[in-house]
Design a protein around this ligand. Structure first.
Ligand SMILES: C[S@@+](CC[C@H](N)C(=O)[O-])C[C@H]1O[C@@H](n2cnc3c(N)ncnc32)[C@H](O)[C@@H]1O
Length: 440
C-alpha cells in the first residue's frame, strides 16, 4: 500500500540515474518527471515542477476543454513487443513460436516475453551486451517480489488469503505452470525460480498494446501486450493519468487539472479490486482509495448451486461473478440467490415461480416478497466469510515473515469491514438494521 503522503526520495544515483540517461538518449521524454523511491511501493514517478492537466474554461455559454500536457513519451522502437523479441534477445528463435497457433505448439506473449527476459539475464551474466541493459537493471529483484507476490509465497502463507484472492491465485498459478512447462519443452533450461522472476516482471509491468497491424487483428486480448521503459515506473491509483498508444509510441497525460511539484503521479492499471491488485501486482490500496474494490463470493455460492440452477442461470447470463462491494451484493448475486429459493427451477410445476424470477431480473417485479429469505442467505455468506477471516487474521499473526502476515491481515480486515457495512445496509421487516446482530 502507498499513501500519497509518503515522502519521496528522488532516485538520482546508481542504476536509476544510468537508466534516466539511457532513456533520454534513446528518445524517451519526461521533461518534468523523475523516478523516486516511494516505500513501500518501490520506485514511482514524481513531478519536478507543477504539471497542468485538462481544464474547462467557460466563455459565455460555451465551455472549452484544454487537454493536459503530455508528461511522458516512450517511442515504439524501445518497447518490448511481439515484433521485436528477436532484437531484444538475438538468436532466441522464439519469434516463430509466437506466430504459431497455441494448439500447434505456439506460446502466449507472456510466456515468450518471460523466456526472452530470463535468457537475456543469463547472457548478460555471461558478459553479452543488451541494448536494453540499463532498463533491465532497474527492475525489482526476486527478493523484492517475494514480500508482495503471493505466487512466491509458501502454501502456509497463501492458504491464509481470503477465498476471493485464493481463487485468482489458483488461476494465476495454473497459467504460470502452463507457460513454464511449454517453455521447458522448447528446450530452455531455466530453473523455476529464474523463470518465475521474469514471468512476474512481465505480469507486473506490461501495458495493453494493440497497434493497427494485421498481425494483431485476431489476437486474443491477453496476448496484446508490451513492456514499456520509463512508463513502467508509474505506480497505480484508481484515478491516475491516461496512458495511450499513439502511432509513434506510448504517451502519458494527466487527468486532473493540477499536480504540484514533488508529488507522485500515478497511472491506472485497470478497474481492479484489491484482491486482484494483491495477486497480480503484490499490493493493496486503502479501501477509501479504491473505488473498484469488491469481494467475490463465487467460491461460497457456486458450490451451493445445483446443476439445474447452473443451467438456468447460464441461459439467462447470470452464472458466476458473484460479489459484494462497500455497500451491497451485486445484482448477479441477487439473481442466483433468488433462483436458489426455487428448488427445481426446470420442473414444469415451477414454471410460474421462474417467470416471477425472470420478471425480477427484467425489473418488472421489485422482489419484495422474497427479500427476507434472500437476505437470510446473504447473511449466511457473510457469517461464513467472517468466521474464516477471524481465524485467518490470528494465523497470519503467527507467520514468520511479518510483512506477508501484515498484507494478509490488511486484506482480511478490509473484507470484514466491507461485510459489516453491507450487513448494516440491509433493513429488516420492522425497519431495523439487520447488521446489528452481527456487528463486530
Ligand atoms: C509497473 S510497476 C511500478 C514501478 C514499481 N513500483 C518499481 O519499483 O519498479 C508495478 C509495481 O509497483 C508496485 N505498485 C504499483 N502501484 C502501487 C501502489 N499504489 N502501492 C504500492 N505499490 C504499488 C507494485 O509492486 C507493482 O507490482
Amino acid at each position: 500500500m502507498t499513501d500519497r503522503k509518503t515522502i519521496p526520495t528522488p532516485a538520482t544515483t546508481g542504476t536509476h540515474a544510468l537508466f534516466t540517461l539511457w532513456a533520454r538518449k534513446h528518445g524517451i521524454e519526461f521533461p518534468k518527471l523523475i523516478p523516486a523511491y516511494l516505500p513501500p511501493a518501490g520506485l514511482g514517478i514524481i513531478a519536478t515542477e507543477e504539471i497542468t492537466g485538462p481544464d474547462q474554461t467557460r466563455h459565455g455559454k460555451t465551455i472549452s476543454m484544454s487537454l493536459g500536457e503530455v508528461i511522458a513519451f516512450t517511442p515504439n522502437a524501445l518497447l518490448l513487443t511481439r515484433e521485436n523479441i528477436e532484437r531484444f534477445s538475438p538468436g532466441c528463435g522464439l519469434g516463430s513460436l509466437l506466430r504459431q497457433k497455441r494448439d500447434d505448439g505456439g506460446l502466449s506473449s507472456h510466456a515468450v516475453f518471460a523466456a526472452v527476459i530470463a535468457r537475456e539475464m543469463r547472457r548478460i551474466a555471461e558478459g553479452h551486451e543488451n541494448m536494453w541493459r540499463e532498463w533491465i537493471d532497474v527492475w525489482p529483484k526476486a527478493k523484492e517480489f517475494r514480500g508482495g507476490m503471493p505466487l512466491m509465497w509458501s502454501p502456509e502463507e497463501s492458504n491464509l488469503l481470503p477465498p476471493s484472492a485464493k481463487r485468482l491465485l489458483d488461476e494465476q498459478r495454473e497459467k504460470f505452470t502452463r507457460d513454464f512447462r511449454t517453455v521447458e519443452q522448447k528446450g530452455f533450461g531455466f530453473t523455476k525460480q529464474e523463470y518465475m522472476w521474469s514471468w512476474i516482471v512481465v505480469n507486473t509491468r506490461t501495458l495493453f498494446y494493440k497497434p493497427p497491424h494485421p498481425a494483431y487483428n485476431d489476437l486474443p486480448r491477453e496476448d496484446c501486450m508490451a513492456l514499456c521503459p520509463f512508463i513502467d515506473y508509474f505506480n497505480h491509483s484508481d484515478d491516475g493519468c491516461n496512458v495511450q498508444l499513439t502511432p509513434t509510441g506510448f504517451t502519458v497525460t494527466p487527468t486532473k487539472p493540477n499536480h504540484p511539484a514533488n508529488t507522485q503521479l500515478f497511472v491506472t492499471y485497470g478497474c481492479h479490486s484489491n484482491d486482484f491488485l494483491l495477486v497480480e501486482y503484490g499490493f493493496n490500496l486503502p479501501l477509501e482509495k479504491n473505488k473498484w474494490d469488491e469481494v467475490s463470493i463465487t467460491p461460497y455460492l457456486l458450490p451451493l448451486l445445483s446443476e439445474e440452477h447452473k443451467r438456468v442461470l447460464s441461459r439467462e447470463g447470470f452464472l458466476g461473478k458473484y460479489a459484494f462491494d462497500k455497500e451491497a451484493f451485486c445484482f448477479r448475486t441477487q439473481a442466483a440467490v433468488r433462483l436458489m429459493l426455487i428448488e427445481h427451477p426446470e420442473m414444469d410445476a415451477n414454471r410460474r415461480k421462474v417467470e416471477v424470477w425472470k420478471n425480477f431480473l427484467a425489473g418488472h417485479d421489485d422482489g419484495e416478497r422474497e427479500r427476507e429469505a434472500v437476505e437470510e442467505r446473504l447473511l449466511g455468506f457473510l457469517d461464513a466469510l467472517e468466521e474464516e477471516g477471524k481465524c485467518a487474521v490470528l494465523e497470519a499473526d503467527k507467520l514468520q515473515r511479518h510483512s506477508i502476515g501484515d498484507l494478509i491481515k490488511m486484506r482480511w480486515e478490509q473484507i470484514l469491514r466491507m461485510a459489516n457495512d453491507v450487513r448494516t445496509n440491509m433493513v429488516g421487516e420492522n425497519g431495523e438494521r439487520r447488521g446489528r446482530r452481527y456487528a463486530t
